[in-house]
Design a protein around this ligand. Structure first.
Ligand SMILES: Nc1nc2c(c(=O)[nH]1)N[C@H]1C(S)=C(S)[C@@H](COP(=O)(O)O)O[C@H]1N2
Ligand SMILES: [Mo]
Length: 440
């Protein structure tokens, strides 16, 4: 086992050569955009003045609806029954306590994952903590060690920030081939939310960190007693102790009442049901950073302490669960997806319709925030021909998604963490979508 600095094994640093290639192929952008300017999204149809769906009173409008207070806590429309998290037996070894329930990315709109759909990964089941019994201990190399209740913790000034959380194993299910023909099971080990809590730096400024403190241990109080060591630089940078998730208390699956949030870093470092932060001179080498969560390289050696999630992207529409239906040649249709990077902000996303020969820079829509999901969109004119549609993201730290082959050269095939290669879908002439393994 060797230790290394985060940047010493660079999975996806953009090379000069890649830059030139990108600029060359970008020249095609203007051409394709102008070709679309004169087309319509929907073909005009003849209006039917006597369309019963419009002229007759609908059956849901004849009677009164539900009483407005029927659901003190609202529930989704019963027609949205397919928009649910899922566990796959292949990944759960028959056990629903130490596994992952994946987010339905094919149903995801925008960049905020609803709380009931946030992916849930636990090593010892979902703990339920009575908030009045909750305590957080902060000790070790601090001048004023203390134990906080939840009310006391919430007296610190709060912030709300949008960040994704991604398990480093996300993508591993598609790494060696198209094992699942399904977006949810390929990329559903991630979600994005607005988190509310206090910056860890605010607490540490208050308690007084000793100069010798170089590492922080974060420990959970659940059955797995998940513990991870975090370098002090991250603790003093953007780390947060959070109690809010999309405008309400954290969900039990996300660590109610309090979790650690380390924006952009491996999911497992975001310790849930947080009970203790200890500051020390040296790292701990907990079970999670020796037996798990090390980064296996091509030479068979593992690196421990490999933190940031790499720049990445995935097309969410179309996808195998959401094929293109009833498209006619000449129709305009939107390709949409999510890009993200644990190292910074998404700078650009390129899409190729031919498996990587030609690339076009596409638009980023809505909020473009550091360490948060970013939506991208590209409207094409459907030509009813089979395509391989893939995306690649570039972030403002200079990283670009590598091809599968380039990543294999760097890290070999055996490991399962930090797999961020360019992936995508085969879209058939009838609009059906399949997972394909694109080697180049
Ligand atoms: N206490 C504790 N914290 C934990 C875990 C756990 O099992 N126990 N799982 C970790 C892992 S492996 C991941 S990927 C993230 C998942 O966060 P989520 O369940 O909120 O999506 O939580 C991390 N924090
Ligand atoms: Mo994880």
């Amino acid at each position: 086992m060797t230790k290394a600095n985060v940047d010493s094994l660079d999975l996806s640093l953009q090379s000069k050569k890649d830059n030139t290639r990108r600029n060359f192929f970008r020249k095609t952008v203007l051409y394709s955009a102008s070709a679309l300017a004169c087309a319509n999204i929907l073909r005009p149809v003849k209006l039917k003045a006597d369309d019963l769906a419009i002229t007759e009173q609908a059956k849901w409008g004849i009677k009164l609806g539900d009483k407005v207070d029927k659901y003190p806590y609202g529930i989704p429309s019963p027609y949205e029954h397919n928009n649910i998290r899922r566990v796959h037996d292949l990944l759960s070894s028959g056990d629903r306590y130490a596994t992952v329930s994946m987010s339905p990315l094919h149903e995801q709109e925008g960049i905020i994952t609803p709380n009931g759909l946030f992916f849930s990964r636990s090593h010892g089941g979902t703990a339920h903590i009575d908030p009045s019994k909750y305590r957080l201990m902060i000790h070790g190399l601090v001048k004023k060690p203390l134990v906080l209740t939840l009310d006391e913790l919430k007296r610190y000034p709060s912030e709300s920030k949008i960040y994704f959380i991604e398990c480093p194993a996300n993508g591993s299910t598609g790494w060696r081939g198209p094992q699942f023909n399904n977006l949810q099971f390929i990329k559903g080990m991630m979600s994005c939310a607005e988190w509310t809590g206090v910056r860890l730096k605010t607490i540490l400024d208050d308690l007084g960190l000793k100069a010798s403190a170089k590492w922080m241990l974060a420990e959970g109080s659940d059955n797995s007693e998940m513990a991870r060591t975090i370098p002090i630089e991250k603790a003093l940078d953007d780390a947060m102790i959070v109690w809010g998730q999309n405008g309400e208390a954290l969900r039990p699956e996300q660590g109610y009442p309090v979790r650690l949030l380390l924006p952009g870093w491996e999911g497992n470092l975001n310790v849930k049901w947080l009970k203790r932060l200890e500051f020390s001179k040296k790292p701990w080498h907990s079970k999670e950073e020796t037996s798990k969560y090390t980064m296996l390289q091509a030479n068979g050696k593992g690196i421990n302490f490999f933190w940031p999630m790499e720049v990445n992207s995935i097309i969410t529409s179309p996808c195998p669960e959401k094929p293109w239906k009833n498209l006619k040649k000449g129709d305009l249709v939107e390709i949409s997806g999510i890009a993200w990077s644990g190292r910074g902000t998404i700078k650009a996303v390129d899409i190729s319709l031919d498996g990587g020969k030609n690339w076009t820079e596409v638009s980023l829509k809505g909020l473009v925030l550091p360490k948060a999901w970013t939506r991208f969109s590209y409207i094409i004119k459907w030509d009813a021909k089979e395509k391989i549609i893939i995306s690649r993201a570039i972030d403002d730290s200079g990283h670009i998604q590598p091809s599968i082959d380039k990543l294999i050269q760097n890290v070999g095939v055996e490991g399962i963490y930090h797999r961020n290669p360019i992936v995508g879908w085969q879209v058939k002439s009838n609009g059906e979508v399949n997972n394909v393994h694109i080697r180049s």
